[in-house]
Design a protein around this ligand. Structure first.
Ligand code: PMP
Length: 442
């Protein structure tokens, strides 16, 4: 009998008691390779004493100081570090406790920006189907994951959505990557015109789609076109890098690889690496100055914003990524992971696609490889693979993005940035066994 809500009879869950590097150990002594970082969180692995020391040092100084009274050295140093880590003109950092909180803050920043500029009619956020931006009501409203939205539909704002840039599912046969990128981006312009630019505050997208579609990067040029369209209509561009940011895809921000600077950007998982709950909203000087030049401050806040202990932990994690040159390892091991996945699954009858960037990679599961027909949702194939994987000591992250029967289940892999070569080989070997076991030897 347990009083823990998330441990149910249908989902009994092992008890985690230890963690070291890429491994988690349960109370029976069984070890699991953390091939997905939980939900793409654990970026420097588990049990790094350098983070423990940073938290202890901060605790010896000050654990908590409310942001309406104080800033802290830890928050200042973390914000400096994040702004220096990217060449993009993101100038200010608003620190919160989770990815959903970051999205809520990003949307409210965009709204206040337009209010301060004297355009209060602007209120709509355009986002994309097959996206995930969090589970709080505002974040769920702008997210495009139907199963997560369904029970709460009456509470949600019906925010407008467009199709994502997802070549495997939506590019036409014979269409060039460039033509598809333009066609997908033009959907935004059509939507802005349909709604009236005077009603739109922002376009929100994950730079690389994580949980809902499975490591889907846009075609080259898509985000540049999106940026042009946003500029044309005075619509802010918000990029959600809660999952794909903080080095996960091989650059500190995933949008650096797109040569696109957003107005507002969210970070979370790899920011604290799971050592403490933290998220950040980075914004341009224009957004910051417009908001603070009007009513004087951002009309928002949380009790635990910029919590000093949490900031100290995140700063230590970011320092480790820098000092240990982990983004170089993300690139090298990401290439290896992709190669191994293609070798193992490239001709598999039920794997339709292998895709991703850096150490955010996925396989998409299909009933028929040729037609790309997904498994029926009742088959719960992703959950079955997760169960088989856990039995053999492998953590993987299954997901499903079905909106209209066109998109299937996927398995997301996101090992720590310091994963070694042998562990990558073992992940793919074990994943192969888990997939075959769940498919019943098909
Ligand atoms: N945005 C993205 C892209 C995410 O992947 C997630 C979490 N999976 C969130 C927002 C929400 O973050 P959290 O679960 O920390 O609220």
């Amino acid at each position: 009998m347990t009083h823990v809500f998330h441990r149910t009879p249908g989902n009994p869950l092992p008890v985690a008691v230890g963690g070291s590097g890429a491994y988690i150990t349960d109370e029976t002594g069984k070890r699991y390779i953390d091939a997905c970082g939980g939900a793409a969180v654990s970026c420097i692995g588990h049990g790094d004493v350098r983070v423990l020391e940073a938290i202890q040092q901060q605790m010896a100084q000050i654990s908590y100081a409310h942001t309406s009274f104080f800033t802290s050295n830890a928050a200042e140093a973390l914000a400096d570090h994040l702004c220096a880590a990217t060449p993009l003109p993101l100038d200010k950092v608003y620190l919160v406790g989770s990815g959903s909180e970051a999205i809520e803050a990003a949307i409210k920043m965009a709204r206040q920006y337009h209010v301060e500029r004297g355009e209060p009619s602007r209120r709509l956020v355009i986002s994309r189907h097959q996206s995930y931006h969090g589970n709080t009501l505002g974040a769920l409203s702008v997210g495009g994951n139907p199963p997560r939205r369904k029970p709460y539909a009456p509470f949600l704002l019906e925010e407008p959505k467009i199709e994502p840039c997802f070549a495997y599912r939506y590019a036409h046969a014979g269409e060039s990557a460039n033509d598809y990128a333009n066609r997908a981006a033009n959907l935004l312009e059509d939507k802005i015109r349909e709604l009236g630019p005077e009603n739109v505050i922002a376009f929100l997208a994950e730079t690389v789609v994580g949980a809902t579609a499975g490591a889907v990067a846009a075609e080259k040029g898509y985000f540049q076109k999106i940026r042009e369209i946003c500029n044309r209509y005075g619509v802010l561009l918000i990029l959600d890098e809660v999952m794909c940011g903080s080095g996960r895809t091989g650059s500190f921000l995933a949008c650096e690889q797109e040569n696109v600077a957003p107005d507002i950007l969210t970070l979370a998982k790899g920011l604290g690496g799971g050592y403490q709950p933290i998220a950040a909203v980075m914004c341009s000087k224009d957004v910051y100055e417009t908001i603070t030049g009007g009513s004087g401050s951002f009309v928002h806040g949380h009790t635990y914003s910029a919590h000093p202990l949490v900031c100290a932990a995140a700063l230590a994690v970011q320092q480790i990524i820098h000092d240990d040159a982990l983004i170089d390892n993300v690139i090298a091991r990401g290439d290896q992971l992709r190669e191994r996945l293609l070798a193992r699954f490239g001709n598999h009858p039920h794997i339709g696609d292998v895709r991703g960037r850096g150490l955010l990679q996925a396989i998409e599961l299909v009933e028929h490889r040729d037609t790309k027909e997904p498994f029926s949702s009742g088959r719960k194939i992703g959950a079955a693979i997760k169960k088989s994987a856990m039995e053999i000591g492998l953590m993987i992250y299954p997901g499903s993005g079905t909106i209209d029967g066109t998109s299937g289940d996927h398995i997301l892999l996101a090992p720590p940035y310091n994963v070694d070569q042998d562990t990558i080989d073992l992940i793919v070997e074990k994943l192969g066994h888990a997939v075959d076991a769940a498919l019943g030897g098909q």
